[in-house]
Design a protein around this ligand. Structure first.
Ligand code: MG
Length: 378
């Protein structure tokens, strides 16, 4: 949205991170759970930073200001406010600390929000006073009274509320102050204060992370598999580097860079999965600045491109084919080195080694090759 569409309205986002999240079973705040390289709350901040808003207010649990300040430090115009005992109290604390014209209220535990949803809710609030993301209920919902009497609600009339829920600041503040804090979402306060919330189309993928199974739900959606292959000649007078680890051997691999065949195959697997050009295109061996380059440094550049394309690493798996040296003793070091470069836990990177039973150039000890695969998810 162009700023001229907003008539100069000051737009503030209030991101609620003060929930306890006990149903996830995590021993820490669920918004601090990592999805790939970033935490849930950083993933939310990434999306909000793509939308033109004046400031973003993180409402955090009492006593956790420090950790959130650190996470927010790379982002512009992000401020921290301590929340309250309930969601409603946290919203009110945020609203009172930073007045504005249009208030975008979002759950910190909804990392799959998109810039489009945020923009749509702002546009609706500018036109109608509110814009509340909602999706038609896919489940049949029943009311059960305390004495066990069950009655059915008409599904066609039921919607599941999501966030962002965006409002005229003055109206939502007045609503909360007038109806009190016994509400489970902002639209309820707005509605009970006599306003008519305007629902807009949400997205079924925009789930709130509530239970442990929600933490796994990001994996099956939008997965991409990738493969990479590389081979380098073994020669005297070079270091043997595999996955960034220096392997003691009388020969090393020949190449323009450090010729780390394993890291090259992993890079191509990642790029392939993300639909990006391969390393021959990104790092041509005619580029003099890449002479002797550390492949692990190039891997980190590749990782940035993959992350910029919106992907996170589920796992990386590779097999190195070498007649000699015996690689088994070095596998833990190689895995740890690759995992460090990819900023993932070591159990997401596995490397195995094989000989080729003395067959072919690899079996003769003239070269080492590597096949790698990876799984990325959005
Ligand atoms: Mg290569």
């Amino acid at each position: 949205m162009r700023s001229s569409d907003r008539n100069g309205a000051e737009i503030c986002a209030y991101i609620l991170c003060a929930g306890k999240g006990e149903r996830t079973g995590l021993p820490y705040n669920k918004v601090l759970h990592r999805i790939g390289l970033k935490t849930v709350v950083e993933t939310v901040l990434d999306v909000f930073s793509k939308v033109g808003i004046s400031r973003t207010v993180l409402v955090v649990p009492t006593g956790e200001t420090e950790v959130f300040s650190q996470l927010a430090s790379p982002y512009r115009d992000v401020f921290i406010v301590e929340g309250g005992a309930t969601r409603a109290e946290s919203v009110l604390n945020g609203l009172k600390a930073f007045p504005c014209d249009i208030a975008v209220i979002h759950d910190g535990a909804r990392p799959f929000v998109t810039a489009e949803l945020i923009e749509d809710s702002i546009a609706s609030a500018l036109s109608f006073g509110s814009g509340v993301c909602a999706v038609p209920s896919v489940d049949t919902v029943k009311r059960v009274t305390p004495d066990g009497k069950v009655s059915s609600l008409p599904r066609a009339q039921l919607y599941n509320m999501q966030t962002p829920q965006t409002f005229s600041y003055a109206e939502i503040l007045e609503a909360y102050e007038r109806v009190g804090l016994d509400v489970t979402d902002d639209a309820e306060a707005y509605e009970r204060a006599g306003y008519a919330p305007k629902l807009i189309a949400g997205d079924y993928a925009n789930i709130k992370i509530t239970t442990a199974s929600d933490l796994l739900r990001s994996l099956p959606a939008n997965c991409r598999i990738g493969v990479g292959f590389d081979v380098h000649r073994l020669v005297e007078g070079r270091k043997l580097i595999l996955g960034g680890a220096v392997i003691p051997f009388e020969k090393g691999l020949l190449g323009h860079s450090d010729a780390d065949v394993l890291t090259h195959a992993v890079m191509d697997a990642l790029l392939s999965a993300a639909g990006l050009p391969d390393i021959g295109v990104l790092f041509p061996d005619t580029d003099p600045s890449l002479s002797g380059a550390s492949s692990i440094a190039l891997l980190q550049e590749v990782l940035e491109k993959v992350m910029d394309a919106g992907y996170r690493i589920a796992n990386v798996s590779a097999v190195v084919a070498a007649q000699r040296p015996k690689l088994a003793p070095h596998i833990p070091e190689i895995r740890a080195s690759l995992a460090r470069a990819l900023s993932v836990e070591a159990d997401r990177v596995n490397v195995s080694a094989t000989t080729t039973e003395k067959l072919g150039l690899i079996g003769e000890g003239a070269a080492i090759s590597c096949d790698a695969s990876c799984l990325l998810y959005k």
